[in-house]
Design a protein around this ligand. Sequence first.
Ligand code: UD1
Ligand code: UDP
Length: 359
Amino acid sequence: MKIASIVGARPQFIKCAPVSRELRNEHEEILIHTGQHYDHGMSEVFFEELAIPKPDYNLGIGSGTHGRQTGAMLGAIEDVLEKEKPDVVLVYGDTNSTLAGALAAAKLHVPVAHIEAGLRSFDRGMPEEVNRVLTDHASDLLFCPTETAIRNLGAEGITKGVHLVGDVMVDAMNYNRGIAEERSRILEDVGVEPGGYLVVTVHRPSNTDDRENMAAILGALAEAGKPAVFPVHPRTRKCLGEYGVLAEMPENVRLIEPLGYLDMIRLMAHAEKILTDSGGVQKEAYMLGVPCITLRENTEWVETVEAGWNVLVGAGREKIVDAIRHFSPGSRQKEIFGNGNASVLIGKILARSQYARSG
Ligand code: UD1
Ligand code: UDP
């Protein structure tokens, strides 16, 4: 079976690593990189570290407004699909690259398979929510990480082609956790002790594009006074620069460049707590057994909150400080994202689907 996989942003490289490895045992895969993320530390580093095959196509789309970026991807992906004629197009998550891939395929009547289908924050103000809903409604195979995702799809009338496979980020974590412990020297490089620091990531427009929210988050970190390691997303660095606060970071806040995956998971694994507005990082905190303080009012990963390992605090300074000081999960984590064989299941389901070429 010929599968065209479409990736473009940091979390998609991490998710595609285990899936691509699995698919290539049994299928032909064409890898298309839209170029949405392009800095070495946002793209190439993951291909190198995770041994992801070199993309067959890099469309070089780059940054832009939502419409321009998505539109440019749509046309460029269409050209590749017309040339390659895949049996299925595989898309990941909820970025503009996801939506462009799904839409380009659906318009050419190429079946679409969506990994991380069914997630909902029920917040249409998030660009990702629009991408998720539209992608799911254009998809023929919907690979869901959780039961909640299946229920969300059911509520929108999507019941055909839906499969519970678990989360491919568990596969990625299981494969790389030991390697990260062996290879990464990030704690030593940054100068922090296991259990004695916070990890912070912020990149949602609802935070970065709001000067007050960013001030509240930085103010809370300063007030809490613990060492905080903050790998800064390029969007966030740009905004902090515009707000003129890069030169006046609180003394305990250590801004560093975006990390590769191995450094990131070792840094998170030994943190006291993680503060984030990332989707993937909320899940990884849970997998690693590190309490997560989510700098959003809602989350699509509701199970982590229900399990008591994640608390939603938005961008309110007092709530953040209180959570840094007092938030403490009560019980052990359960296996809510599957057991790490999502990639294997996805490969098998694709192989026996009606979209596989016979013979
Ligand atoms: C995108 C996704 C978001 C995902 C995130 C993962 C959309 C709508 N958003 O957000 O869902 O959580 O990726 O990290 O698809 N930039 C660089 N270098 C890069 C990439 C980006 O400097 O390599 C800067 C540019 O100024 C760009 C800005 O970051 O305008 C935002 O990049 P973009 O890909 O549009 O959105 P993200 O915020 O990265
Ligand atoms: N990540 C990374 N380096 C960083 C920050 C994040 O490798 O400096 C990883 C993180 O461990 C997770 C993924 O990137 O696997 C999450 O991506 P991001 O937060 O950019 O996007 P989201 O998950 O919110 O879409």
